[in-house]
Design a protein. Structure first.
Ligand code: NDP
Ligand SMILES: O=C(O)C1=N[C@H](C(=O)O)C[C@H](O)C1
Length: 273
């Protein structure tokens, strides 16, 4: 039997981190070896106790670098899963690659330049890795349906709706969806009238291809997205709703298993399916 994959979770006590800790600690082919947070008050507390799953004998630490080094000393190819914050994810990912730990990145908010830079860095190190704006299969299927529709519709707007604890806007999912729709290189939403925004932002943000993205933030929401295509006399609406963060976990486990097999860094779960 292959060696278990040593896994470090960064942002382990957060909303997503706790879910990852749970599924990784239950996976027979994975070994949770590290749990990183940034609050020094959490130092030394057992992540299983903090997350409410009972003792896992993995103490929380604020020392990412030491944890990465420790992970490389375990048997098997180590993986770092990051669900932290847009301000820290780039440095965390670079550190993982530098230390020889394959990154699986769920944190959103990386710029295209940062993603390219990380992909180049991983290439040089022949290191597998994944930056995944959305781990749920339903979103990937919605994006594929949208790409199909974009061949026939010239007008499209994206509405993404999230809980109001979300730091970045637009969502990583919406950004990626717009990028996929832009792959044909056609301009969207040709103007039919001269528009005036009476309140700034009323028409949302606009990509280079003319796709509009609108971000809604409310308590009571989790993660939702609508892609609305319009043409004379018809609307085609695609919608995905996340009602539980457990929906992301099969994708996270898949990514952990895949990044130890590949030698480059991919952007999007579709590259691992
Ligand atoms: N790809 C996907 O499918 C999904 C992606 N996400 C993304 O994941 C990210 C996290 O989301 P969520 O779990 O809801 O957020 P939370 O705020 O609940 O969790 C983030 C955790 O990371 C900690 N943290 C922040 N910075 C660091 C750091 N430098 N080192 C270690 N720990 C750190 C936070 O600590 P503190 O509270 O002290 O700041 C917090 O405990 C977001 O970018 C979100 O968009 C979310 C869901 C699905
Ligand atoms: O912050 C979240 O919650 C989510 N973030 C990701 C994003 O920005 O697309 C994925 C999902 O929408 C949940």
């Amino acid at each position: 039997m292959a060696e278990a994959i040593p896994v470090v979770v960064v942002g382990a006590a957060g909303k997503m981190g706790r879910e990852v800790v749970k599924v990784v600690s239950q996976a027979a082919d994975m070994n949770l070896v590290g749990a990183v947070e940034r609050d020094p008050e959490m130092e030394g507390q057992d992540i299983g106790e903090v997350a409410g799953y009972g003792e896992l004998e993995v103490p929380l630490t604020t020392d990412l670098q030491a944890t990465l080094v420790m992970a490389t000393q375990e048997r098997g190819n180590p993986v770092m899963v990051d669900f932290t914050h847009p301000d820290f994810v780039y440095e965390n990912t670079r550190a993982a690659i530098a230390y020889g730990v394959r990154p699986v990145i769920g944190t959103t908010g990386l710029s295209n330049e940062q993603i390219q830079d990380l992909a180049d860095f991983a290439d040089k190190a022949s290191m597998g890795g994944a930056i995944i704006p959305n781990f749920s299969i339903g979103v990937i299927l919605m994006q594929q349906a949208a790409v199909q529709a974009s061949r026939y519709f010239d007008h499209v707007e994206i509405i993404e709706l999230h809980h109001n604890q979300k730091a970045d806007a637009p969502s990583g999912t919406a950004v990626k969806t717009a990028e996929l729709l832009g792959e044909f290189g056609k301009p969207y939403n040709p103007p039919s009238v001269e528009e005036t925004e009476k309140m700034a932002g009323a028409r949302g943000s606009q990509t280079q291809d003319g796709i509009r993205i609108h971000s809604v933030r409310l308590p009571g929401l989790l993660a939702h997205q609508e892609i609305i295509f319009g043409a004379p006399g018809q609307l085609y609406t695609l919608r995905h709703d996340t009602s539980d963060r457990a929906s992301f976990m099969p994708g996270v486990l898949l990514a952990i298993r895949k990044v130890v097999e590949i030698k480059n860094l991919v952007y999007g779960l579709e590259h691992l399916l």
